[in-house]
Structure formats: C-alpha cells, structure tokens
Design a protein around this ligand. Structure first.
Ligand SMILES: [Ca+2]
Ligand SMILES: [Ca+2]
Ligand SMILES: [Ca+2]
Length: 394
C-alpha cells in the first residue's frame, strides 16, 4: 500500500537557480569566447554567452541546435591547459548545471565528453553518454572521466570537448563546470550484506534482483522496469533526512551485459507521505556494446519530498529502461548535498570548522574549497561569506 503509486508523472517544473556555493569552478562561461566553445558555432548551430540558467557569475553558455532539427555536434574547448588540467588532477568527476528554458522539450538529449591534447595523448573519449535535461528546468549533470588518462602536466595544450546530441531542435544553457566533491556525499545504500529492501514488487515480470559481491545486480529482459525500495521494514535509516538536504542521487553502475540495442537509462522516484516524487531527469547508464563502470547522478529537484526528517516511510525507487536484455550492478547509492553558502567542508553546517579552514588557507591561490567565492584567492571576502552565513544549516 505504501509503496507503489505507479506511473505518476506531470511533475510541476520550474526553472530555478542554485545559489552560488562552495565549489571549485573550472568554467563559468563569463567571457565572449566561452573558453573556446563559442568558436564551435556554425552550420546553423549557435553557441553564445547568455543570461539564462546562470548559476555562477553573470553569464552562461547557450547552445541552440539548428532551427527545426536535432542531431550531433562537438563543441571544442580552448586548449588552455592551466585552466583545466590542474582541476582534473584533483578530481576526474565533474558537475555542470544545464538549464532548458520554458517552451523547449525534446524526446531525448545526451552528451559525449572527450579529453584532447597533442600527440601522443590524442583524443580520449569517455565510454557512455551523459543524459541532458529534456524539458524546462535546471538540472545538474555528472561527468565521470575516471576512465581517461591525463597527459603529461607540461603538455602544450589540453582541452575538454562536449559532443551534444538530441532527438529534436533543442536549446540548453550550461554553467558552473566544477569539481565533484566526495565530501558532499551522504551514503545511503552500500549493499554490504543484502539488497537493503530493494525488490521487484509483486506484479512485475522480466526483471530479477540479486545480491552479488556487495552490489545489487539487476537483470532485465528489456523495456521499463522499477527497482522498488522498501519491503517489510520501510527504508534505510535517515534516508528522508538525507534526501531533504540533497539534490542528486549518485551511484556506481557497472554494465555487466550491454543491451543489444545499445541504450539503457534510468529515472528515479522518492516515495513518501508527500507522494510519489518521480524525477524528470533521465540518466544514461548503457551505451553501445560496452561493459564498463562509472558514477552517474540523477537530479531530483522538483520532486515532492517528505515534510520532515522522520516520516512514516521514505523510499527510493529506481526505474531502468533498456533496448533489450541488460544486466547491471548498482553500488554505493549516495545523496549529494545541496550547497549551503559558506560551508567549506560540505557537512551541511557553517561553523568553526569552516572558519578555521578559511583562516588556515588564507592567502592561498590553490584550488581549494576555502575559496568560497571562487575568485582564485582565499581572502577576507571568503572569510566574510563564512561569517555572514555562520550557523546556517546547523
Ligand atoms: Ca557563469
Ligand atoms: Ca561546514
Ligand atoms: Ca575567494
């Protein structure tokens, strides 16, 4: 009774902005050349500085597909090594905000990502696509480049390239390409001993779940299937508290057996007394004939969340879809914390630990979360931001 309210969609969406927040931002798209990406325009494609979907600074990067058509195009970065490589040496998982304006929607949209440098580094493309938002709203996407090597630190040039693809004329605004921060994770499901309540429900066919080596294995015959959370004893402790403080569900997904049609994707829902909160964002999980492991994220902003930290129940359900039989392993489902301004260590509370961090790094020009306002130096401006927000989120 408490578990499945079925296919409820029609979620109310609004294009909302994320507050500027501690994050080590690589590209903010503030200048006309958009870190080189603007030069990728042409053949009806438009890449331009915009003021829609701005999540850091004053501008974003707008991309419009050719009028009336979908399709694929690479956007190439500027090759300025020092604006990119030092960041990837800290983390090869990146986040970026992607906003679709009102009145625009497409059946599907995704992005390929490559790193590119002079020979012998060459062109290194990450396996698998990243889902892009298909309808109105701001969603944060996770780009996992862990599988790619980095070039020699003294390489002449080095760039990141985005291959955009959509099943119709699309329009997206990007901002705040930034480092993913493990410090912001709240662990929800580790599958250390069992499936932690995940099941396939009573009426669903064509899907089996099993516990394999500390992971949840889902074997689907294809098409859309729910992996329900819950069972007899509700949900994992503190899940409601976590989802109320986060905005992304993050997990490690291994494609054990790829679907013959070459595609597989995932949506999610949070089910609580607030209702069946189904996300509109679709994460790509399988791509081509490849077997691989990577981290994906599902942005759940806009879904109904429990009104307090201790509701009668709070369940996290995953909906997988594939073109034919597919086997995947899922592990380490965690919730990524919503930014709290001034929260340097990303524990959700602005307190002495954050203050000490800024004081300790004072004067530093390194890439550090102590640079709260992301201007490249830790100084009194950052200290003031922590002081102004002291106690926030605690
Ligand atoms: Ca910006
Ligand atoms: Ca803190
Ligand atoms: Ca600063």
């Amino acid at each position: 009774m408490k578990r499945t309210h079925g296919w409820i969609s029609g979620i109310l969406l609004s294009a909302f902005l994320v507050a500027n927040a501690p994050a080590q931002i690589i590209y903010s798209f503030e200048t006309e050349d958009l870190h080189g990406f603007a030069n990728s325009a042409g053949d009806g494609w438009q890449v331009f500085r915009a003021q829609i979907g701005v999540t850091h600074g004053d501008y974003s990067m707008g991309v419009q597909w050719p009028s009336g058509s979908g399709g694929f195009r690479w956007l190439f970065g500027n090759g300025a090594r020092d604006e990119l490589l030092p960041y990837l040496q800290i983390s090869k998982k990146l986040l970026m905000d992607a906003t679709v304006p009102a009145g625009v929607s497409v059946p599907w949209a995704n992005m390929a990502v490559s790193l590119n440098g002079p020979s012998p580094y060459g062109w290194n493309q990450a396996v698998g696509a990243v889902g892009l938002p298909r309808q109105q709203g701001t969603r944060t996407i996770l780009i996992d480049l862990e599988s790619l090597p980095l070039p020699d630190p003294n390489v002449d040039w080095f760039q990141i390239n985005f291959g955009l693809n959509a099943g119709g004329a699309h329009e997206i605004y990007f901002d705040s390409l930034r480092l993913y921060r493990p410090a912001c994770e709240m662990m929800a499901f580790t599958f250390d001993n069992d499936l932690q309540g995940f099941n396939i429900g009573t009426n669903q066919v064509g899907i089996t779940l099993s516990w394999v080596d500390g992971k949840m294995r889902a074997q689907s015959t294809g098409g859309f299937k729910w992996l329900f959370n819950g069972g007899e004893d509700g949900s994992v402790p503190n899940l409601a508290a976590m989802v109320r403080r986060g905005y992304l569900v993050v997990m490690d997904v291994t494609v054990v057996s790829a679907p013959p049609a070459g595609w597989g994707n995932m949506i999610m829902s949070i089910n609580s007394p607030a209702g069946w909160g189904q996300s509109d964002y679709t994460a790509e999980i399988a791509s081509g004939p490849n077997t691989f492991t990577r981290t994906i994220a599902l942005d759940y902003r806009g879904v109904a969340l429990p009104g307090d930290d201790n509701p009668e129940y709070c369940l996290l359900n995953l909906g997988i879809n594939s073109g034919g039989p597919m086997t995947i392993d899922i592990d380490n489902i965690r919730i990524y914390r919503l930014p709290v301004e001034g929260d340097v260590n990303c524990d959700g509370c602005v307190d002495d630990a954050d203050l000490l961090s800024v004081l300790f790094d004072f004067g530093s020009t390194a890439i550090t979360a102590s640079d709260v306002n992301n201007d490249g130096v830790v100084d009194d401006a950052d200290l003031l931001m922590v002081l102004f927000n002291f106690g926030s989120g605690c």
